[in-house]
Each structure stands twice: as structure tokens, then as C-alpha cells.
Design a protein around this ligand. Structure first.
Ligand code: GLC
Length: 864
């Protein structure tokens, strides 16, 4: 009884206290620059509309608690210039809606949105209205309008324990995003932490991993939205786990996030890229196969490894040198006993089309006389304790100090030091252990970072450290070499795509890890990071031959393709698993190189994610949309717009796949057999090791090359194939892009692109060729390979199939009819100068060879 009484008193006191703390709005103003300034008892909020186009694309919310006098926000993701560019569109103005009870609520229009501000207590709702409105019409429209985002009642703002939390109603069924995160694709019911961590052999559900990307999409069939939280401090996301609201929390003294407005996942993903940057076109060689292990320990070993690839007739473009290439693990050195002449090695390999990539760890060995250490010490570039003493911890070389990459001076020093590698002809640099890692141990939070002159601690800076290391490496190498370089990183933050490719760290050789890897990759790509890959075969533990082979085949369709293995493990090159496996590995490695024109074009056309999960298209498959989130299909992915890969576990001989509805198409073809499947359905398909389930969207036009010998990305052929996957909808799409593969790209760089589009409901496919500068388009023959061309009408007289007519512009020819023999793929080709068809060469029926004019302008392919 007594206890009850005490509880009652406490409860009363607590609720009375909660009421006193009510966070009421004290003023709302539209500023000259067209932002909305809202003041409450607890904070000042500035709401700023931003645009990349003519309409509103983003709403920036900046909350500063009353006690925050400095109002300083630094973003390593959205630089000042970028923000200014997005602010340029001053046509966007808030307009107050008159009427109503403005004591309790005020309404403001901005573009097609209404901001509804409840005042006692503060609460904000963003709604979309569909048509241009006048104030008079507001009442009806307003009540019919869609709520995009609604604050969670009067529990929407908590500022406690050095952490600010903002809570929203848990309105959506689906939340996707957050980059490199394990767990279900749909984040609802789960909570996540953004805290870059060194997590060897991480668990299948482990959180956090190495990369933090505080961006997610609330998926809704009518109006999805994105939230990007622009804080690199430790932060937390909760989608109704142990609470009934959505919550973002930052360990910072203020809160800035962007509400990204758009209709569907694709639109929001695109706008997120516009905000945080695109993955630059990598050097073409970096899209080839990479071979790595911890470590190839000598020059001889590296040279014979390269020779072995040739002998085994397996393509390779890069060999990675892990920590043993260094002298005692000291960055910016080579072990001179084991690598007698690194320059010679690099040059010789390069002459054979193979690039060396060296690992760089941030930990600098504390050793007097070691140039890098002496230099950084002299210039005061290391992370520090509050008393000014350098922070020191153990990593591979022993006790190390760590450059402070949030200090512009340290970045400059590091960028210049990279000359050690570029002088040797190395243009591939692998940034590791940059969480930063200290033997997996907790680093003290009170370490001081410069943060562009605003000294702050680990909580503020850990998540940004790896990205700033990658930035310094990338900028250094690019400036020194004046060509495209390849940089790889383990740790990163939102925007990392601008500086480096990312791999998913120390995974394990298991089917579960393989399946997880594809999910991590599509998630990263959704969040802007396209050049991604996992350690193929699994880093830790030996792989079974089946696992290695399955992983090699599925990863052949991921942008960064590298086999890597931990120290003390058996050899794990693609020929180490027995003849049959070698054969299958070779086939898929070569298939990747055959599809290199498709992959390169995908990486160049970087507006949308290069890898897409099934959830990406869920808005299109309304009645079946649960399949997009079904964990059975979470590892499936689409590379570019056309090729869907359904990784199956290594022992699985048949696999259930889900072929989603995607734009402009209603069916899929098996890549292996051309069998057609209606979209928006599930199927069981055969998945023996030799035959990974791969599908191509109907209406795709896919460029392919088949050099006689495929050794690396420099292997060439005269013939460029276009695989045309027949679609009765007529809505064809395809893209080809080529340049010299290495020069830094500007808008005028010599290149050629071919935009391939079909007219809906016709069978007219336009090939629009755009050549810039003096680019040498070396292909002499363009060959068209028709897939799924339906049987033509039957000839009345003798029942034989009537031949199909195809035309290139006005030149007519007879196309071979399909389905004559199973696996028979009718094809025809255009030779040399495109356009004017001079001659039809039927000698090699069913190959129709066309002699045409130079591919300088466009042509039309018609199927009748
Ligand atoms: C880290 C990396 C791994 C590398 C090893 C040795 O564990 O994640 O890829 O092989 O360090 O450098």
C-alpha cells in the first residue's frame, strides 16, 4: 500500500513535470530567403526547401537547442558549395495558408506540399497535395492529401544524455536502406547503430559493421520519402523496435536531416545521389577480376601467380598486395628482400594488362628514423589525447600513431605521401583498418580530432575517419597521376562513393555469408555506393569447392569482383578447387568480361543504383509486393536495368526465384536457355553449379564482346554484339558506352555512347549514337542477336513459317526465323560503316552481315 502511495506521488510528480516541459511553439516566421523559422521552448528550427530541378526535392530540417549558441554544422558529405547549389532555387517560397485556428495550428504551402505545424505542443506534419491549389480549395484537398511524414505526437523531440532524438509516427509498412547493415531488407521492427567497427568474422545479424550510411526510405505505395541524417557522429535508428514509433538519434548538440521528396524508391534513390554524390566512372581495368590473398609475399610469387592466370586461360586485371609487401608492415615502404624491384614488377605486369593494388593501413609505426613517422610527428598530424599527447595503439606494425584525417594538413601530407606508390606506377590503393581499428579493441572516446579546426572527439568523428583517409588517398593519387585511379576502402560514411569502392570486410566462407553479401551490396548501392563487392569465396576459413564456385559465378555480376583469402588458409585461386570447378569458374569469369560493355555502361550511367534488390521495384508489383521483401528473395539482385541474378546456395540444385515486375517489361528470359517467364511471379528453376539462375528482362538490348582470348579488359575484338530480347510491348532499352577507360572524365572527354530505345507498341528500335571528340570506335562489325523472336505466321501454302522482315533504316532483309532448332539463336550483323547498308552477305546463314557507314549517327532497327 505504502509502495503504491509512493508510486502515485512519483507518477504525479513525473507527469506534472512532463507537462511543465511541454515544448510549445513560440513563433513562426517566413524568412527573406524563404525558409521557415520556428521557435519553441526548447529549440530553433529552420526548415529550408532545396531543389535540383524546378520543383522541391528536399526539405532540410535544422534543429538547434536553445542552449546551442554556436549553431555550427559541418558536413563531410554535403559540402558548402553543394548546399549553396541546392539553395539556389529561390523560386521556392513558403506561403502561409490563411484561416483556421492559428492559435493551435499553422499551415504553409511549399510546392506541392503542405507543412502543418501544431503549436501546443510542437508537432509537424508534411503532406503532399496533388494539384496546384488555391487557398479557397484548400479545405477539400487538404483533407484528402497524403501524409508523408508525421512527428510522433508530443514525444517527437528528446534532448537528453548528450543525445538528440527525433521521433516520427511508424506509418510505413516498409523501411529500406541504411547501407551496410545485416538483417531483413525491411527494417521495420529493428534498431541499428551507426558506429564504424572492425568486426572480423561478423555474425549474420551483427550490427554495426564497417560503414555508416544514415539514409533510409519509408516505402509507401503512394508517396515514399527518404530521410538522410547529416551527422557523422554516433547515431541510432529505430523502426519500432521496443517502441511504437520511428526514431533517429544523434550524439550531437543539434540535429540536421533532409527529408527527400519523391514518388517512389527510384526517384528518392536518385535524389539521394544528387545530394551526396555519384560513384565516378572507375578505370575500366578495375571492373575486371581481382585476385588477392593475405599475402602474396614476394615478387616471384606475384609474377608466377600472374603467369598462372595466363596458363589457366583465366582473365585477371588486378593483383592485390596485402600487408607482407611492406617492410615490417610500415606503410609507404616495400620489403626489399622479398620485392627486389617493385617498379620492374609493376611495369612488367602492366605490360601484360595486370595492375598491382597495394594495401595502406592508417597506423604509422612508432619508430624514430622511419620517414613517415618522423614526418607526421614533426608536423603534428596525429590523433591526440586531450592533454596533447599522441594517441598510440597496436596494429599490424606494433605500436602505432594515427594520422588525423579530419585535419586538412594531415590529408594533404597523406595525399603527397601516396607518391611513393604512384612513382612505382601503382594506381590501385586499398585502404584498410580505417574505422580506425586497434586490434578490435575499443578506442577511447576522448581522443581529439581536428575536424576542420573544430576540435571534437571520437563520438563525433569515428564514422568519418575512414572516408577522409580514402579521400586523401584518392585525391593524392589522382592529382599525381592525372588519370583515373582505383581506391578501395573498408570503412566509410555517406558520400564514400565519391572517393572509393567499398568491400564488405572480413566475411566467412559459408553459404549464409555468401547470401548475406549480396544483400549488403544492394543495400549499399541503394545508398549511393555502386562500386561494391565482397571477398569472393569468403575471407575466413576454407571454402568448399561448391561454395567457391557458386560465389565466383554470382559475384561475376557485382561491380567489384575480388577473390580474397585470410592468412594461413589453403590456396584459393580460381583453379584450386578441381577441374570441374576450374571450368565453371572460368566460364563465369569470362562471361563477366563478355558483358564488360554492359557493366561499363552501367557504371557510367550512374543516376540510379547499379545493383537493385527486389524491394526496389515493389511499388510496381502491388498485389505481389510482399515478394520483394520475402527473405527467400533478399539476395537476388539486378545489375543495371536488365540482368537479374538469383544466387543459390552452393548445394541447391533447384531454387525458387521471384521475377519482379519492372518498368517497361512484362517478362524475363533465362540467360542460359532463352525460356521466357512472365514477370511478377515465383518459379522453381534448376540451379546446378554450372547454371546460376540468371535472367534478362524482355525489351533489353545488351552489348557484349567475345574476344578470341579473354585475358583482361584490354582483350579486344572487331565485333560488338547486341542481344535483343524480343518484347511484344516494344519498349526496348539498352545503353552502350565506351571511352579509353583511363583518362579522367570531363564533359568533353572523347567517348561514344549509344542510347537504345524502343517505341512502345511498335517494333522499332532506335540506336542513337553520340560520339564526342576523336574517340576511336574500333568495332568493325555490329552484330544483332535476336532472342525470343516469335514464330512468324505460317505460310498458307506449305505450312512453313513465313520469314520475318527486318529493316535497318529503309534497307529491308529477311530475318532468320526463331525456334527452328532449340538453342538456335538467329543473328545478323552490321559491318563497318553503319547506316547505309551496302551489301547483305548471306553466306553464313543465319548470319546476315551488313556493310554500313561509320557509326557516327543514329539508325533504326525494325522487326516486322
Ligand atoms: C583486415 C582486412 C583483410 C586483410 C587483413 C590483413 O583483416 O579486412 O582484408 O587481409 O586485414 O591486412
Amino acid at each position: 500500500m505504502r509502495n503504491l502511495f509512493i508510486f502515485g506521488v512519483l507518477f504525479f510528480a513525473f507527469s506534472a513535470n512532463a507537462q511543465i516541459a511541454a515544448n510549445n511553439v513560440t513563433s513562426i516566421k517566413i524568412s527573406n530567403e524563404s525558409s521557415l523559422l520556428i521557435q519553441t521552448n526548447e529549440f530553433d528550427l529552420e526548415l529550408i526547401p532545396m531543389s535540383n530541378s524546378n520543383s522541391i526535392d528536399y526539405l532540410e530540417f535544422s534543429y538547434f537547442p536553445k542552449n546551442n549558441k554556436e549553431k555550427w554544422h559541418h558536413s563531410y558529405t554535403i559540402f558548402h558549395e553543394k548546399r549553396m547549389e541546392l539553395l539556389k532555387n529561390r523560386g521556392l517560397k513558403f506561403q502561409k495558408v490563411q484561416g483556421g485556428n492559428s492559435n493551435t495550428t499553422e499551415l504553409y504551402f511549399i510546392g506541392n506540399y503542405i507543412i502543418e505545424i501544431e503549436k501546443q505542443p510542437y508537432n509537424i506534419v508534411v503532406r503532399e497535395i496533388n494539384i496546384s491549389q488555391s487557398t479557397k480549395e484548400l479545405s477539400n484537398q487538404y483533407f484528402n492529401s497524403n501524409v508523408i511524414l508525421r512527428d510522433y505526437a508530443n514525444l517527437n523531440w528528446i534532448n537528453e544524455d548528450h543525445k538528440i532524438s527525433k521521433n516520427f509516427e511508424l506509418m510505413e509498412d516498409k523501411y529500406i536502406g541504411l547501407g551496410e547493415k545485416t538483417g531483413p531488407v525491411n527494417r521495420k521492427g529493428n534498431a541499428y547503430t551507426m558506429w564504424n567497427s572492425d568486426v572480423p568474422a561478423y555474425g549474420l545479424e551483427q550490427d554495426p559493421l564497417y560503414v555508416s550510411i544514415p539514409f533510409y526510405i519509408g516505402v509507401n505505395n503512394h508517396n515514399s520519402y527518404g530521410i538522410y541524417v547529416d551527422h557523422s557522429c554516433k547515431s541510432y535508428f529505430n523502426f519500432g523496435a521496443a517502441c511504437n514509433f520511428t526514431s533517429i538519434s544523434v550524439e550531437d548538440d543539434h540535429l540536421r536531416y533532409y527529408l527527400i521528396l519523391g514518388n517512389n524508391t527510384a526517384e528518392i534513390a536518385k535524389k539521394y545521389r544528387n545530394l551526396t554524390g555519384h560513384t565516378p566512372l572507375p578505370p575500366k581495368w578495375s571492373l575486371g577480376f581481382h585476385q588477392s590473398r593475405w599475402s602474396y609475399k614476394s615478387q616471384d610469387e606475384v609474377m608466377s601467380l600472374a603467369a598462372e592466370f595466363k596458363k589457366k586461360n583465366m582473365p585477371v586485371d588486378a593483383i592485390h598486395l596485402d600487408i607482407h609487401y611492406m617492410d615490417a608492415c610500415k606503410v609507404f615502404t616495400f620489403n626489399q628482400q622479398q620485392f627486389k624491384n617493385p617498379k620492374l614488377m609493376v611495369d612488367e605486369l602492366k605490360n601484360n594488362g595486370i595492375n598491382i593494388i597495394t594495401i595502406l593501413d592508417p597506423g604509422i609505426k612508432i619508430e624514430k628514423g622511419y620517414q613517415a613517422y618522423d614526418n607526421a610527428l614533426k608536423n603534428d598530424l596525429f590523433l591526440k589525447y586531450p592533454n596533447g599527447q599522441n594517441y598510440e595503439a597496436g596494429v599490424w606494425p606494433g605500436l602505432c600513431a594515427f594520422p588525423d584525417f579530419t585535419n586538412p594538413k594531415a590529408r594533404k601530407w597523406w595525399s603527397e605521401s601516396v607518391k611513393f606508390y604512384t612513382d612505382l606506377g601503382i594506381s590501385g590503393l586499398w585502404n584498410d583498418m580505417n574505422e580506425p581499428a586497434a586490434w578490435g579493441k575499443e578506442v577511447p572516446t576522448y581522443i581529439r580530432f581536428n575536424r576542420e579546426g573544430h576540435i571534437s572527439n571520437l563520438t563525433q568523428n569515428r564514422n568519418i575517419y575512414g572516408m577522409q583517409m580514402a579521400r586523401a588517398t584518392r585525391e593524392g593519387a589522382e592529382t599525381l597521376l592525372q588519370k583515373r585511379v582505383f581506391t578501395l576502402t573498408r570503412a566509410g560514411f555517406a558520400g564514400i562513393q565519391r572517393y572509393a569502392a567499398v568491400w564488405t570486410g572480413d566475411n566467412v566462407a559459408s553459404d549464409e555469408h555468401m547470401m548475406l553479401s549480396f544483400k549488403l551490396l544492394t543495400n549499399m548501392s541503394l545508398c549511393g555506393v555502386d562500386l561494391v563487392g565482397a571477398d569472393v569465396g569468403g575471407f575466413m576459413n576454407p571454402a568448399t569447392p561448391e561454395l567457391f564456385t557458386r560465389w565466383m559465378s554470382a559475384a561475376a555480376f557485382t561491380p567489384f569482383y575480388r577473390a580474397h583469402k585470410m592468412i594461413d588458409m589453403p590456396q584459393s585461386e580460381p583453379w584450386c578447387y578441381g577441374d570441374i570447378h576450374t571450368e565453371i569458374n572460368r566460364y563465369y569469369m569470362q562471361l563477366r568480361y563478355r558483358l564488360m560493355p554492359y557493366l561499363y555502361a552501367t557504371m557510367q550511367n550512374n543516376e540510379f543504383p547499379a545493383l537493385k534488390s527486389m524491394a526496389y521495384f515493389q511499388e510496381l508489383s502491388e498485389q505481389n509486393h510482399e515478394n520483394g521483401f520475402n527473405d527467400k528473395f533478399e539476395s537476388q539482385f539486378i545489375l543495371g536495368n536488365s540482368i537479374l541474378v538469383a544466387p543459390a546456395k552452393s548445394t541447391q540444385k533447384s531454387t525458387e526465384v521471384y521475377l519482379p515486375k519492372v518498368p517497361k517489361s512484362n517478362k524475363w528470359y533465362s540467360l542460359h536457355s532463352d525460356i521466357q517467364y512472365a514477370a511478377n511471379q515465383k518459379y522453381y528453376v534448376a540451379s546446378p553449379l554450372s547454371q546460376l539462375p540468371i535472367f534478362v528482362k524482355a525489351g533489353s538490348v545488351i552489348p557484349e564482346i567475345i574476344p578470341q582470348k579473354i585475358e583482361n579488359t584490354q582483350s579486344k575484338t572487331d565485333t560488338l554484339n547486341f542481344h535483343v530480347y524480343y518484347s511484344e510491348m516494344g519498349d526496348y532499352e539498352g545503353y552502350f558506352y565506351d571511352d579509353d577507360g583511363i583518362s579522367l572524365k570531363t564533359t568533353n572527354s572523347p567517348c561514344v555512347s549509344i542510347q537504345i530505345t524502343g517505341k512502345p507498341m511498335s517494333q522499332e528500335i532506335e540506336f542513337n549514337i553520340n560520339k564526342i571528340g576523336n574517340f576511336n570506335f574500333h568495332y568493325k562489325v555490329l552484330k544483332f542477336i535476336m532472342h525470343g523472336l516469335p514464330q512468324t505466321n505460317v505460310n498458307q501454302i506449305d505450312d512453313s513459317p513465313k520469314p520475318r522482315i527486318m529493316r535497318i533504316n529503309n534497307q529491308q532483309f529477311v530475318a532468320p526465323s526463331a525456334n527452328v532448332v532449340e538453342s538456335y539463336r538467329p543473328h545478323f550483323a552490321l559491318q563497318q560503316d553503319l547506316y547505309k547498308v551496302d551489301k547483305i552477305d548471306k553466306t553464313a546463314n543465319p548470319n546476315y552481315i551488313f556493310h554500313v557507314n561509320c557509326p557516327n549517327s543514329s539508325f533504326k532497327l525494325t522487326i516486322e
